[in-house]
Each structure stands twice: as structure tokens, then as C-alpha cells.
Design a protein around this ligand. Sequence first.
Ligand code: F6R
Length: 368
Amino acid sequence: EKGGWSSFMAKEISEEPEAVANTILGRVVDGQVVLPELAGLDDVLQDIDRIIVIACGTASYSGLVGKYAIEKWARVPVEVELSHEFRYREPVLTPRTLVVSISQSGETMDTLMAVKYAIANGARTLSICNTQGATIARESDAVVYTHAGPEVAVASTKAFVAQITALYLFGLHLSRVRGTLDDAVAAKQLSELQSIPAKIEQVLTNAPEITQLAKWMSDTRAVLFLGRHVGYPIALEGALKLKELAYIHAEGFAAGELKHGPIALIEPGQPVFVVVPSPRDPNSLHAKVVSNIQEIRARGARILAIAEEGDVAVLPFADEVIRIPLAAPLFEPLLTVIPLQLFAMELATAKGLDVDQPRNLAKSVTVE
Ligand code: F6R
């Protein structure tokens, strides 16, 4: 039941701190990740030379976030592919390929068929799944469950943050098995992850501000989303949420791609959400994104920045700044996605739409 919330979606967003905490629960012991479900897989994980992540929609964006962490920590090449494209292109699979499927429901037909294809073609399989005993979980060599609890609203929210959490745990496990990460560094990542639920609580206190923004923007016709590095999949996810819930044309771009085409879309008044990397980011992407903001602002874009507390560089150029608490750069997606989920929900609500049951969509897509 909705337990006092206006929708399942609102309730499930409020449960995100718990979803992340429950996905971590019991899996960190003495600063090390412990995934007993992967115990028999050490040889496979040592031997793989490539990971292909397959998923659809929101789940695929969690995979894109996971790619950055897994490659950085475990030094294994990771590709992310939509399940429905994967098996129709004769992908190169070997026993040294690990196919990681991600699915909240564990029943998505496109993803299930892709897993079966991977098995039939000799790859090893792991699934990241939220529903206990789901078909995809049963088909795979191993499963790491996200413990987000049942997700009822059609639009995925808490399952998404739980998927990223599970991918990070898997990435750290893989690094340990392959000896690619210093124990102390891994322990530091785990403690960062453990600090996320409280930070999500903090982000959720911005909700009234976002409701106000959504109300002002309820007749908006198109919204763009920009991000870079792990903020890029978040831009894609912000756009997907807005399309599916508020029926507004929305597109997400990698900020670096702007000058290769999308900047032509900018006209006076065009709202653009920008997921701003931390100024502490070791890749110094912050300055590059701030300069992207300046470029589109000069062409009249209305800038809605999602930026960490204390980042003053964005202030002169942003029309609105939504703050997130400080987190290690790789973990920021677990925070920056929340305002975008809230925004899509509130904009749909402001338009009088049913946020739990968007038109034309089903919670679990069991047909191809
Ligand atoms: C979007 C959404 C969908 C699902 C996709 C995969 O909010 O919910 O894009 O993420 O249909 O579903 P699962 O994870 O059940 O395989």
C-alpha cells in the first residue's frame, strides 16, 4: 500500500536510502565486500577478458554507470548494450566473456532472450535482479540480488539506485578476485558507498523546491539534459523519466557532444538540466562542464544545475541550482538522479497525469 504517499512512485523514491542500504546489508565485512553468491565463480572471474552488460531502459543506464566503476577498479573492458540489439548482431562471445544482465523484474523478455542467447553461445552469465526467483535469475550462472523491495510504480526509481549499488559491489568483488585494487582503496570505496543512504536522505529534503520548479515548468514542451562521465547516464535517465511520466520531449546528451550537433537546439528559454561534476573530480571535468553551461547560456538556455554543495562556479550562470551533498565522484549518480526522478514525477503531477501508470507502458515487458 501507498502508506500515506500520493503515489507508489513518491513512496518508492522515499525508500531509496533504504533500498541502497539493504543492497549493501551483510555484504561488507571488515572493509571487504562479501558476495557468497559468487563464491563458486572465482575461476571464471579471474579468467574473463570482457564484460558485456545487457539491459533495457533504466536498467541499461545503471549498467552505463557501472561500466565506469568496473573498468576503473577491475581493469576489465565493459560494454553496455541494449538487450534487444545484442542478439541480432552476432556478438562475439567466448567462454571468457561474462554477460551481466540487469533487470528489476527479472522477466523482461528482451533481456531473457539475450541471456539465453549468451548461454547458447558459450558465454558465462551473471544477473543483477530485484525479484527473487525471477526467470532471468534462474537462467544465469549466478545472481546478485538488489534488495530494493517490491517496485510497484511503472517508472523505475529505487531499483535503479539499488542496481548501481549492486554493480559497485560486484566491481569491488571482481577487483579483489583479480587483485587489481589495493585493499585500503577498496575499503575506502565501500565506506563511500555506505555513506550514500544518509546523503540520499539529505537530497530528498530538496523535494519542495523541485515541486515548485516543476509547477513553474508545467507547460514546457522540451527539456534537455546534459552530463559527463557518470553524469552522462544520469542525463539519459532524467530524459527517459520525463518522457515516460510527463509526456514531454526530452533528450539526454553527453556534455562533450554538444558542439558536435545538439547545441543547434538551443534557443532562448530552452530549459537544460546540467548534471555538474564535482569540482574535486580528478579528471577536471568540472571546468569543462561549466564552460558548456556558459556556451548554452550565451544562446539563451535556461540552466537548471545539479551541483554539489559549495560549488560556486555555477552560480553566475545557473537559473536554478539544486544541491547535492559531497560524495566521491563515482558515487554522485546515486545522488544526482534523485532530483531528476522527483522533477519528472512532479511535472507529471502538475499536468494531472497518473504517475504510477503512464500511458502505453507496462511494469514488466514480457513480450518482445
Ligand atoms: C523506466 C523503466 C523501464 C525499465 C525497463 C527494464 O522507468 O522502468 O525502462 O527499466 O523496461 O525493466 P526491467 O528492469 O524489469 O528489466
